[in-house]
Design a protein around this ligand. Structure first.
Ligand SMILES: Cc1cc2nc3c(=O)[nH]c(=O)nc-3n(C[C@H](O)[C@H](O)[C@H](O)COP(=O)(O)O)c2cc1C
Length: 212
């Protein structure tokens, strides 16, 4: 066998092996894609639960997602997300993912649940860079500070009292760290004001398409 024939034969063998490997990867991806998507969805639904305490609903929350690109009138200069929550056909609550821009160490991403009457069903801090031992007590894993907003609304307390005690408001601050709570409380209050003004539009809007 000449050198040229040997090279051609090796090349052909490598091409076949590469083809088989590509086909195997593609088949595996195809077979697992649905399961991965279902797992992601279940994880997302589970992570939204803490903001929906005592709310009776059915169906998928994640499928009713509305993505609002800025400027949208909600706190934050990045995209805001709203999940609509239903019992049958009846809207019962909305979950907001918004950003408080004025945290001590950067933006604070907040998950806020609000029932149809504008009463808070739960709050969780999704992302922040606040200082451990100071501002990080907004995280439900570090303290129960965030629990004080459950069952509150713009009537309880009135808008002007959605502030920390030190500023003449209704809510607990964090010792030696007032900047962080101020930012979170303002973002919750502004989201409640938005919900009151846009409730009908929120439930009438079609769900956003998934990104390709
Ligand atoms: C190293 C360092 C980290 C701090 N981290 C935070 C923080 O994460 N959140 C916060 O509100 N204040 C933080 N502070 C304190 C603020 O600078 C500010 O003094 C405080 O928020 C004012 O709260 P007070 O009015 O209750 O004293 C930090 C201060 C230092 C020196």
């Amino acid at each position: 066998m000449s050198n040229k024939t040997a090279i051609l034969r090796s090349g052909a063998t490598l091409a076949v092996i590469a083809g088989v490997c590509t086909a195997l990867v593609a088949t595996t991806w195809h077979l697992t894609a649905d399961r991965i998507a279902a797992n992601d969805k279940a994880l997302l639904e589970q992570s939204l639960q803490p903001a929906l305490a005592n709310t009776f609903y059915d169906g998928s929350v994640s499928e009713s997602r509305l993505v609002l690109e800025p400027p949208h009138g909600l706190p934050g200069s990045d995209a805001a997300i709203i999940y609509r929550v239903y019992s049958g056909e009846q809207p019962v609550a909305a979950l907001f993912v918004v950003t408080a821009r004025d945290g001590f160490a950067g933006p604070i991403r907040i998950l806020l649940g609000v029932d149809i009457d504008g009463v808070v069903t739960g709050v969780r801090i999704l992302q922040h860079r606040e200082t451990p031992g100071f501002g990080d007590k907004i995280d439900a894993r570090k303290s129960n500070w965030v629990e004080q907003f459950a069952s509150r609304s713009l009537q309880d307390p009135p808008v002007a009292r959605w502030k920390i005690h030190g500023d003449g408001g209704e809510f607990d601050q964090l010792t030696g760290a007032s900047v962080t709570p101020r930012a979170v409380i303002k973002a919750i209050r502004d989201t409640l004001v938005y919900f009151e003004a846009h409730r009908e539009d929120i439930f009438a809007a079609p769900a956003s398409k998934d990104e390709p």
